[in-house]
Design a binder for this molecule. Structure first.
Ligand code: NAD
Ligand code: TYD
Length: 360
């Protein structure tokens, strides 16, 4: 099988490449029931990535000389690059996106261009080339939950941020191509991922890397927002399972049923890192900050027999170890004019935040 992986140099896309190539045809990393093993020895991957700030060739360095992977530097908004990447492919898994909520508050333009128009260009090309299409989407399309309840695949789409709205728009486009063009497409909607090689602007890698440097940790609002956390490898196994066995036109929620508040995440990280709580700064809340996400993944579990393998405690400890052991990776991506969102938005140093009366 030849698969085009768009956004394969980013966090989840590169984990997907690692998982498939490490387990293909029962390779060294393969375990019973691994989708990579099922995809077999003829597996070939074509990565199409624009290498934005979030794309990093270091993430694919293990396969530089591996004939099973080829790389095309190009955008999903470029029809010629997409046509080249789709040549002789059987399927495409679309990870390419602008993915950070805070950035979408500063400038939504790139989100609409890549997440909506880019997906439209991929869909047209998939129809033309007869490819199976997997759209990697997010629970954020459903909006925010109160203290109770879960999101199901037929819950209404009520996105709060421009990022979530652009992903919801893409999901609706995918559904429309199934209905009108008969495209063989499926959609996955997953909760918050964590794991190695995540860009240190998202909560967990930002807090790990800041704490390792004894820098402040900016916790938005009261820190009691809840996310449905999943290790990136469990997410990737779910995507591969849906690619292999998902029913055309269906949406599959992906969740390991691990709801944790931001305060709890922060406390666990500080414990693992043996750092004090007084690194935490309670700062102004994110505008439109969704309170809680929680998903039912019953469809994926019962119809496709997927289940998560990695507990939050185990996965978080392994993730902390990865950032400890790969300091060069995150120091390089944080170099230059890198500033966290809080500092960019408010134009002041995070180290001064506690002096401005924002700590409750
Ligand atoms: P990321 O920001 O780490 O990586 C995105 C990748 O896409 C980068 O390699 C970037 O260079 C590439 N890219 C951006 N614009 C492009 C374009 N126009 N053409 C080609 N490549 C482009 O994101 P991620 O966290 O790995 O997320 C991957 C996908 O999973 C996204 O679609 C995101 O919406 C979805 N998702 C993410 C999470 C999460 O917690 N991170 C949860 C659910 C779903
Ligand atoms: P994030 O990693 O940006 O993912 P998402 O917005 O897609 O859920 O944020 C996860 C949670 O952590 C969210 O409730 C916002 C919060 N957060 C902070 O409190 N401080 C931060 O610096 C960041 C980046 C996020």
């Amino acid at each position: 099988m030849r698969i085009c992986v768009t956004g394969g140099a980013g966090f989840i896309g590169s984990a997907f490449v690692h998982m498939l190539l490490d387990t293909a045809g029962g390779g060294a990393g393969a375990g019973a029931g691994d989708p990579g093993a099922e995809l077999g020895e003829g597996l070939e991957l074509v990565v199409l990535d624009a290498l934005t700030y979030a794309g990093n060739m270091e993430n694919l360095a293990d396969y530089r000389d591996d004939g099973r992977m080829s790389f095309i530097h190009g955008s999903i908004c470029d029809t010629a690059a997409v046509a080249r990447a789709f040549e002789a492919c059987d399927a495409v898994v679309n990870f390419a996106a602008e993915s950070h909520v805070d950035r979408s508050l500063e400038d939504a333009g790139a989100f609409i261009a890549t997440n909506v128009e880019g997906t439209r260009i991929l869909l047209d090309a998939a129809v033309e080339h007869g490819l199976r299409f997997v759209q990697v989407s997010t629970d954020e399309v459903y909006g925010s939950l109160g203290d109770d309840g879960l999101f199901y695949e037929d819950s209404p789409l009520r996105p709060s941020s421009p990022y979530a709205a652009s992903k919801a728009a893409a999901d609706l486009l995918v559904g429309s191509y199934v209905a009108t063009h008969g495209l063989d497409a499926v959609i996955t909607r997953c909760g918050n991922n964590y794991g190695p090689r995540q860009f240190p602007e998202k909560l967990i890698p930002l807090f790990i890397t800041n704490a390792l440097e004894d820098k402040a940790l900016p916790l938005y609002g009261d820190g009691l927002n809840v996310r449905d956390w999943i290790h990136v490898d469990d997410h990737c196994r779910a995507i591969a399972t849906v690619l292999l066995r998902g029913t055309t036109g269906r949406v599959y929620n992906v969740s390991a049923t691990q709801e944790v508040s931001n305060r709890e995440v922060c406390r666990s990280l500080l414990e693992l890192l043996d750092k004090p709580w007084d690194l935490v700064r309670f700062v102004s809340d994110r505008p439109g900050h969704d309170r809680r996400y929680a998903l039912s993944a019953e469809r994926l579990r019962s119809e496709l027999s997927w289940q998560p393998r990695i507990s939050f405690a185990e996965g978080l400890a392994a993730t902390v170890d990865w950032y400890r052991s790969n300091r060069g990776w995150w120091e390089r991506v944080r170099s230059g004019d890198y500033r966290c969102f809080y500092e960019r938005l408010y134009g002041r140093r995070l180290s001064d935040a506690g002096d401005s009366g924002e700590n409750p």
